[in-house]
Write a protein that binds this ligand. Structure first.
Ligand code: 5AD
Ligand code: SF4
Length: 460
């Protein structure tokens, strides 16, 4: 593993500026998880660094880049649909560069499909190649040839990539990349490669910069933040990293995702209890509530271990809430397995649940597992799960009414003249107030709830 520093590519910037009469415009669209959204912000930063302006509509662009997601088939189909829709635009504007990057671009069969069936796609590069984008664009402009790179893992971490963040007070901060867990349904380890941790000094420097720039909420990102630190020279784990970051003075809150239950430690939970900067919430994806399926998923924990963690967290961190990811219809899931999931969901009482119907990913072990459950049975199980969860969530949301909370104002509410914020547990609240409060911490008294949205009154 090598750590390298991004350097401005003056030669590429020069080629680009000579090619266009006026500064060219780029349209970048990211699909999928927060990690990808953050990659998209860095892609925009790099493009601005070499002379591009950014635009919001593909029709205005000289360069269109789709930063893609491969986690479920539906996400891939959407991308192919959106790329297909650009054919007409390219015919009208032959100089337009159309590129695809991110997780889909790290799959051989996708690159092959683009090569064969999407001749108007000019540029394809994988998740680790953001720093190489200037050189690729320059080569494309000079040689007028398609550049479709074959998927490859690059054992490097590039520090100091320029960035154009979407918000002025909420920021994503990756602490590690890739995943070593190989859950049998998941494509991530194949497309994002082996786990690699950023050095604590680099993370701390970026964190300090964000706090100094006025950022109030930092979300630390990694596929499995609890295994942070593996392979680093220093001996440091995720809880140590949290303590290091929390030593930076300022008024801010830290969130993090995602925690893997097999690595979430009591030390981590004790740290959440001890550090006021950490939101009292844990996103702890369980995937399902059957030990038999958990083993087939290669998750390395049991329902009992999971519930023990939840119990420990509840005892140590008063008021802590939980959210989770659940896969319905994993190959071989029986009604009994599914009942185990419903049971677990009832026992934990999640504030939020992100639910997915199993999607077969070519190249993963589970793609070869026999699957006799019909689509209809799977969607039926999904509706039953959602009905159970809705009832739980409504009860938990209602129970918040009457409290006075301190929240960061993040956006506009659905009604005119209202603003929105999120509680520690990610619940959204809305209250009438003036837009000048945007990005600030305010006290709000929670007066009512509509479905899962809380309503409140600002307490100046
Ligand atoms: N099918 C359905 N859901 C999946 N996830 C990952 N791979 C798949 C798949 N093949 C879900 C998991 C994970 C979340 C990010 O996406 O629940 O936690
Ligand atoms: Fe996929 Fe499992 Fe890694 Fe999460 S921990 S990215 S579900 S392989």
């Amino acid at each position: 593993m090598e750590y390298i520093t991004y350097e401005h590519n003056a030669e590429a910037a020069d080629i680009i500026s000579r090619y266009y009469d006026t500064p060219p415009l780029a349209y970048v669209h990211s699909y999928g998880c927060q990690q990808n959204v953050n990659d998209g912000e860095r892609i925009k930063g790099v493009l601005v660094d070499i002379g591009y302006g950014l635009c919001d509509k593909p029709e205005d662009a000289d360069l269109i880049l789709f930063n893609t997601c491969a986690v479920r088939e539906h996400a891939e189909q959407r991308v192919f649909g959106n790329v297909g829709a650009l054919k007409g635009l390219k015919e009208k504007k032959p100089g337009l560069i159309i590129g695809l990057c991110g997780c889909m671009a790290n799959q051989k069969h996708v690159v092959e499909k683009l090569r064969q069936s999407y001749p108007y796609v000019d540029l394809v590069f994988g998740v680790d190649g953001i720093d190489t984008l200037p050189g690729l664009i320059a080569r494309k402009l000079e040689k007028h040839k398609r550049i479709l790179l074959e998927p490859a893992q690059r054992p490097v971490i590039v520090e100091n990539l320029p960035i154009r963040r979407e918000s002025e007070f909420r920021a994503w901060l990756p602490i590690m990349y890739g995943c070593d867990n190989f859950c049998t349904y998941c494509i991530v380890p194949y497309v994002r490669g082996r786990e690699k941790s950023r050095r604590p000094g680099d993370i701390l420097a970026e964190f300090r910069g964000l706090i100094a720039a006025g950022y109030k909420e930092i979300t630390l990102l990694g596929q499995n933040v609890n295994s942070y630190g593996k392979g680093l020279e220093e001996s440091i784990d995720f809880a140590d990293l949290l303590n290091l970051l929390c030593s930076v003075p300022g008024d801010y809150q830290i969130r993090f995702m995602t925690s893997h239950p097999k690595d979430a430690s009591h030390k981590l939970i004790d740290t959440i209890a001890a550090q006021p900067h950490l939101c009292k919430h844990l996103h702890l994806p369980v995937q399902c509530g059957s030990d038999r399926l958990l083993a087939r998923m290669n998750r390395h924990y049991t329902v009992e271990h999971y519930l023990e963690l939840i119990e420990y967290a509840r005892a140590r961190v008063p008021g802590i809430t939980f959210s989770s990811d659940i896969i319905v219809g994993f190959p071989g899931e029986t009604e009994e397995d599914f009942q185990g999931t419903l049971d677990l969901v009832r026992k934990v009482g999640y504030m939020q649940l992100f639910t997915f119907i199993y999607s077969k990913r070519e190249g993963t072990p589970a793609a070869t597992y026999p699957d006799a459950t019909t689509r209809q049975e799977k969607t039926d199980r999904m509706s039953r799960l959602l009905a159970v969860q809705d009832e739980i969530a409504m009860g938990l949301v209602r129970a918040q009414v009457g409290q006075t909370v301190r929240v960061l104002v993040e956006g506009y509410g659905r009604l005119e003249g209202t603003l929105s914020g999120r509680l520690d547990n990610n619940l959204t609240l809305e209250f009438p107030a003036d837009a000048s409060l945007m990005g600030q911490y305010v006290m709000v008294h929670l007066t009512d709830a509509r479905a899962t949205v809380l309503l409140g009154e600002w307490m100046p």
